[in-house]
Design a binder for this molecule. Structure first.
Ligand code: GSH
Length: 226
């Protein structure tokens, strides 16, 4: 979602190779040879492979500078928002999404699990996925642990958006692109945004952007229905 939004905002052409995670299309020798974590997205640009969505959007904005998706100053603060989004992915976002919605839909067969365990070398991801392997399951504790972290982050975002249209001020930047998919996905999983009026106003603003419609909704009209 982040990468598509960035490509659209910058008017860059790309070829999509969509992987269906429910069909475990990411669990293959071919895909792990491109992305050693077996995660989407991956960008191949001029024959060079790029992984990690927050790094990819930063790379795209550095490499194809116009129109710029950085603030005129205070770039460090913008990059801090990207780092924060990346840092909560495995500790909070994934557990919340799996515990509330996806674990049954993404359950691996014994054979798929074996293939995954052979291919996956990243210990953090191995540990994460072992929590819904076989008869194991994410539970209420996973949800409450995740919610504590998410509440901290969205309280921070709420303060940052006080009196601002976008996270960095007047200009729409990579900080917004980094956090929009989190809002979309978590909202679809039932995370409550009621206590965050500034975040809700920000969401109303990004809902009218072409990059949101074509980079997110076109591919996934409603995350609560996936
Ligand atoms: N830190 C990674 C996280 C990517 C990620 O977790 N992608 C999910 C889909 S949103 C995925 O590929 N899940 C499959 C899996 O966990 O095996 C990034 O931002 O690129």
């Amino acid at each position: 979602m982040r990468v598509r939004m960035t490509l659209i905002e910058k008017g860059l052409p790309w070829t999509s190779h969509h992987l269906d995670l429910k069909l475990k299309e990411n669990i293959s020798d071919d895909y792990f040879s491109i992305n050693p974590n077996g995660l989407v997205p991956t960008l191949v640009d001029n024959g060079v492979v790029h992984i990690e969505s927050n790094d990819i959007i930063d790379y795209l904005d550095e490499t194809y500078p116009e129109p710029s998706l950085r603030p005129a100053d205070n770039e460090d603060e913008m990059l801090e928002w990207l780092r924060l989004a990346a840092s909560i992915h495995v500790p909070a976002v994934k557990p919340y999404v799996y515990a509330t919605k996806m674990q049954k839909k993404l359950k691996k067969t014994g054979e798929e699990q074996k293939k995954y365990d052979d291919l996956q070398k990243n210990e953090e991801l191995k540990k994460f996925h072992s929590k819904h392997a076989g008869s194991a399951a994410f539970d209420e504790n996973d949800i409450s642990g995740a919610v504590n972290i998410l509440d901290d982050c969205f309280s921070r975002l709420e303060r940052a958006l006080e009196g601002r249209e976008w996270i960095m001020g007047d200009r729409f930047t990579l900080a917004d692109i980094s956090w929009i998919p989190l809002h979309f996905v978590l909202d679809g999983c039932g995370y409550c945004f009621e206590n965050y009026p500034n975040v809700s106003r920000w969401a109303r603003s990004f809902h009218s952007r072409e990059s949101y419609r074509d980079g997110i909704l076109k591919w996934c009209p409603d995350f609560s229905n996936v």
